[in-house]
Design a protein around this ligand. Sequence first.
Ligand code: BTN
Length: 249
Amino acid sequence: MRDQKANQSENWQIRRVSETGSTNTDLLAEGAQGAPDRTVLRADYQSAGRGRLDRAWEAPRGANLLVSILFRQVPAHTHVLTQAVALAAARVAREHCGVDVVMKWPNDLLVQNEKVAGILAQAGPLDTRGVPAFVVVGIGLNLEWAPPGATSLAASGWTQSATPDEFLLSMLPCIDELLALPLEEMHERYVVQLGTVGMRVRAELPHDQEVVGRATGVEADGRLIVLDECGVTHRIDTADVVHLRPAVD
Ligand code: BTN
C-alpha cells in the first residue's frame, strides 16, 4: 500500500470525519462557499448516504470507503471525472488488493457480476457558459461489508486488505495521472475496461422504460450505445444497466 505521503500532496486537501449525513452533500455546500479544487472528504459513517437515482447508500461505521472529491477543473464532458475515479478505484482493487474488478456502465465496479462500488456525481451551479463551477464525485466502495445482493473486496478474497484511508491514498495519484491524459486516451482506457461493451444488456431507463440489446460502445460524451433486437440504435444517457450475457453476432 502507498505510504502516507499522498496525504500531504499539494494537489489534494483531505479531510476525514467520523460521521456526517452525506459527504457529497457536504462538499456541494462547501463548493458553494468556495472550497478549492480537489477537496476530499472521507467519512467513517454516513447517516444519509446517497446513491444514484435517489437511492440510499449505507455502510456500517468504518467498514467501507465513503469519500467525495470536489473538482473545479471541469472538462466539457463532466463524466470524464467520474470515469477517472472509477478507473482509479478499479486499479487499486486489482493492484493492491488482488481483486479483479470489472466496470459496468456508467461507473459501477463489479466482481463476478456483483456490485462492489458505485459512484454518484453531482454538479454545482452552472456558470454563464453553462459549465458547472465544480463537480462533486462520491464513491462508495465495499471494502469489508456489502448489503444483500452486492459484494465486498474482503468477500471476494482480497490478497491484501486495505483500510479506507489506505485505499483512498492509493487512488489519488491514479486520478491525477488519468486526468492528465489526452481526452481520447482517457476515453480509450475507460472503454477498454468497461465490461459492458460487447454484452447483451438490459438498460432500465427512467419512467419504467427499458431497452434490451447489445452494447456496442460508448460515445465521447459518455452515452452508452445499444443496438436493440429490431436493429435500432439507442444512445443512453441515464439508466441502470444489467449485464445479461456476452452477445453473440
Ligand atoms: C450508486 O448508487 O451506485 C452510487 C453510490 C455513491 C455512494 C457514495 S458514498 C460517498 C458519497 N456520499 C454519498 O452520499 N454518496 C457517495
